[in-house]
Design a protein around this ligand. Structure first.
Ligand code: ADP
Ligand code: TZD
Ligand code: MG
Length: 579
């Protein structure tokens, strides 16, 4: 699109010059690179940008708060391997989006935060512009790369740099600062079109060196009790067939991190998830595939990892600096998952270590015992429901609907659902990720529905849901097939805490008792259900998943059922001083 020049009537040729402007150049640059969906909140100075983007055929989804738009963009990036786009206004909108940008970077999800900003001259002299803030400086330490564009003719290059920075190497968040004046800048349309860049091969294959492959093969061949740990980097890589071949050809037991669940089906005979403590402790060679040895794996050391020095690590990661971050890595393999695993497969031939039958059978025995114990509890049908009753119902539903997307956050609601609900396909489980952040729920649910077209089941603690709850209006507005189940136990972890000072306030972890979250959905035309038992819950979820109607089910959970901090109570300091 272009606009006519209005002044400078020197010659006819000049008055007919076709012009374009910053708005259109940005839209064209994004579309040229296959980025066709924007998640954001409109306002000065990007209102017209959103409008024009929509008019140009892009999908522009407006949220009620930027953090959720940003979380949606991050999840879109995770699911598609293309940077998700989040669009915000200056200062406060930008800051609201920044949490999501930082969270995306922490999780290695590619996204671009596009923020309008105020005038450089005024901001830099701190003269008090409308929504004044030095956004670029603030964004820089919280993302992978941050750029500002001052001239319309640089938009093409800036978008190209942002895309490359987001998806190449270890993916992450990128900030693009767009001062208000940029949008209105005009330039010759032909020159504008020529200034755009279609990024060729934005995330090139990264092959590991031959020496590193040989070293890894030697370590793997020496293993007596090998273990594979699959992380969300492996899910992100979309190298599903190679991952499957490597696991199955090797026969090595695997442990999926939470968002890697389903990369191979949880019901796979080699899944050691239900014997997690045993395999972490007793394995001698651990092959990390797109997973970090961070707090989620006790930093690769300590009691849960058995005797010090009892293990060798092989680590596959695209980020060289990840190696030795917590413990010594005997065989670092730096490259993309697909390339590294293909090299290992080729180098192994048929010489995978015949993991002793004793190792495999010890795992199977432990796993079967734990699974049997769990299955017994999952059949329970208590009223009010406890976590096992409610999740037993949801587990059956997800088993019957392998294509459905699952979103999950909370404390007990997260920890129980993670171990109870089996996933059978890759990249179906979206959760609180590396930070254990609350508030990803509705953003993730919107992106999951928009990017995949499949129905979404969002399993939410009542506290967790509250962080993004207003986005139920967004879900209704776009009529998305999202079924939210709020596990309502009257508060954070449980609803039974007492205030000891007697001032009439409730304890800090307790909410209004017996709230009706279902009414929130009804307020916007969606379906609200109040479910007090397993049958009601099962029926309501199935109906929602069949109809695709936005639905919120308030599942009444026994307020005594949870434990403080779910399964990470060990990280929660508690006073031993009695006053
Ligand atoms: P989890 O939480 O599931 O354990 P992490 O987020 O800790 O997973 O780790 C993911 C790792 O995967 C990161 O270290 C990241 O650098 C890496 N990664 C992401 N994409 C790729 C890829 N295509 N190839 C190899 N490694 C990748
Ligand atoms: N704020 C943010 C952004 N992230 C957080 N993780 C927290 C606060 C602290 N927090 C947790 O770690 S879990 C949780 C909070 C507030 C909520 C747990 O309550 P819930 O789940 O109702 O969601 P359960 O099922 O009652 O345990
Ligand atoms: Mg709760």
């Amino acid at each position: 699109m272009s606009v006519e020049l209005q002044k400078r009537p020197e010659s006819k040729a000049e008055t007919e010059e076709q012009l374009t402007d910053g708005f259109h150049l940005l839209i064209d640059a994004l579309k040229l690179n296959g980025l066709n969906t924007i998640y954001g909140v409109p306002g000065i100075p990007i209102t017209d940008f959103g409008r024009l983007a929509q008019a140009s055929g892009m999908r522009v989804l407006s949220f009620r708060h930027e953090q959720h738009a940003g979380n949606a963009a991050a999840i879109a990036g995770y699911l598609t391997k293309k940077p998700g786009l989040c669009l915000t206004v200056s200062a406060p909108g930008f800051l609201n989006g920044l949490t999501a940008l930082a969270n995306a970077t922490t999780n290695c999800f590619p996204m671009i935060l596009l923020s309008g900003s105020s005038e450089r001259e005024i901001v830099d002299l701190q003269q008090g512009d409308y929504e004044e803030m030095d956004q670029l400086a603030i964004a820089k330490p919280l993302c992978k790369a941050a750029f500002r564009v001052l001239h319309a003719e640089d938009i093409g290059i800036a978008v190209a740099r942002a895309i490359r920075a987001a998806v190449s190497g270890r993916p992450g968040g990128v900030y693009l600062d767009l001062p208000a004046k940029l949008f209105g800048q005009v330039m010759n349309a032909t020159a504008g079109a020529e200034s755009l860049v279609k990024v060729i091969d934005p995330a090139p294959e990264q092959l590991p060196s031959q020496a590193s492959v040989k070293r890894a093969l030697d370590v793997i061949k020496s293993a007596k009790k090998p273990l594979i740990i699959l992380g969300k980097g492996a899910a992100y890589a979309q190298a599903d067939d190679v991952v499957k071949s490597f696991v199955e050809k090797s026969g090595i037991p695997f442990l999926p991190m939470s968002m890697a669940k389903g990369l191979l089906p949880d019901m796979h005979p080699q899944n050691a998830g239900a014997a997690r403590s045993l395999v972490l402790k007793e394995s001698d060679v651990v092959i990390m595939v797109g997973a970090r040895l961070n707090w989620l794996l006790s930093h690769g050391k300590g009691k849960s990892w058995g005797e010090p020095g009892s293990k060798k690590f092989v680590q596959i990661d695209i980020e060289p600096r990840e190696m030795d971050s917590n413990v010594e890595i005997a065989a670092p393999l730096v490259g993309d998952i697909g390339s590294c695993l293909s090299e290992l497969l080729a180098g192994m031939g048929d010489q995978f270590p015949a993991a002793p039958d004793g190792w495999k059978s010890a795992i199977t025995t432990k796993r079967d015992a734990n699974t049997a114990k769990m299955n017994q509890r999952l059949g329970s049908d208590t009223t009010p429901m406890d976590f096992h009753t409610a999740l037993g119902a949801l587990r059956e539903i997800m088993q019957q609907r392998p294509d459905a997307m699952l979103v999950n956050e909370g404390a007990n609601t997260l920890d129980f659902a993670r171990s109870i609900i089996n996933m059978s396909k890759p990249r179906k489980r979206l959760d609180v990720g590396t930070w254990g952040i609350m508030g990803i729920g509705m953003g993730a649910a919107v992106a999951a529905a928009v990017e995949t077209g499949h129905p979404v089941l969002a399993v939410e603690g009542d506290s967790a849901f509250g962080f993004s709850g207003m986005e139920v209006e967004t879900i209704c507005r776009y009529n998305l097939p999202v079924c939210i189940v709020v596990f309502n136990n009257n508060g954070i972890y449980r609803g039974t805490d007492e205030n000891e000072n007697g001032d009439g306030d409730v304890a800090p972890t307790v909410f209004v008792k017996n709230s009706r979250y279902d009414k929130m959905m009804e307020a916007f035309g969606g379906v609200g259900v109040y479910a007090t038992n397993r049958d009601e819950l099962t029926q309501a979820v199935n109906e929602a998943m069949d109809s695709g109607k936005p639905t919120l089910i308030n599942a009444v959970i026994d307020e005594n059922a949870g434990t403080e901090s779910g399964r990470i109570g060990n990280l929660n300091p508690q006073s031993v001083v009695k006053k």
